[in-house]
Write a protein that binds this ligand. Structure first.
Ligand code: NI
Length: 183
């Protein structure tokens, strides 16, 4: 069991662009992925990106619980998924606003506009290339996590800063919604 320390907003690694993983099958990558998963689960997060644990690699882990999945995904959650070198393509112009939180911005939440329909291409740790489409909340989680790989934290995407604040201070309805994405 290894729990890694999570970098918080202000740490320079969260502003840097992470580098492509040259060999997804390297033992170092497997080791990092397993400690990222343990760290995400320990922190009760939906997702985690490698820069959040001070590793500047393009790796994301996430899991969508059934009760958080949108109707677009037919209420089905998404099992633990590991994305190495993910690339996102927007499938159309449709967007929605949802509250997000982040393990690197503890205690806070705010509304972020994200694309509803995306296509993701990535490598597995077995070096297999996979492409899939994601929608709604699932797509939101992936966009949030992949932003970390480009040095972007969700507060910089908030259009209405009056709705950004501490979860404990936000209204009851918003506080519930603030659980939407926590990675
Ligand atoms: Ni995050």
């Amino acid at each position: 069991m290894a729990i890694l320390k999570i970098a918080r907003m202000g740490h320079p690694i969260l502003r840097a662009r992470a580098v492509e993983v040259p060999d997804p099958t390297a033992p170092d990558v497997a080791r990092l992925v397993s400690t990222m998963v343990e760290t995400m689960e320990d922190a009760d997060g939906t997702g985690l990106a490698a820069p959040q644990v001070h590793m500047p690699w393009r790796i994301v882990v996430y899991k969508v619980e059934d009760d958080r999945a949108d109707e677009e995904e037919e209420g089905e959650g998404v099992p633990l998924t590991v994305l190495v070198n993910p690339v996102i393509e927007f499938l159309d112009e449709e967007t929605s606003i949802g509250f997000e939180a982040c393990l690197s911005v503890p205690g806070m939440a705010g509304p972020v506009r994200r694309h509803e329909n995306i296509r993701v291409t990535y490598q597995t740790i077995e070096n297999e290339e996979i492409t899939f489409d994601a929608h709604g909340f699932h797509a939101r989680v992936i966009q949030h996590e992949c932003d970390h790989l480009d040095g972007i934290l969700y507060p910089s995407r908030i259009e209405d800063m009056s709705q950004f604040g501490f979860v404990e201070e936000l209204g009851r309805a918003q506080a519930g919604a603030a659980d939407d994405e926590d990675g």
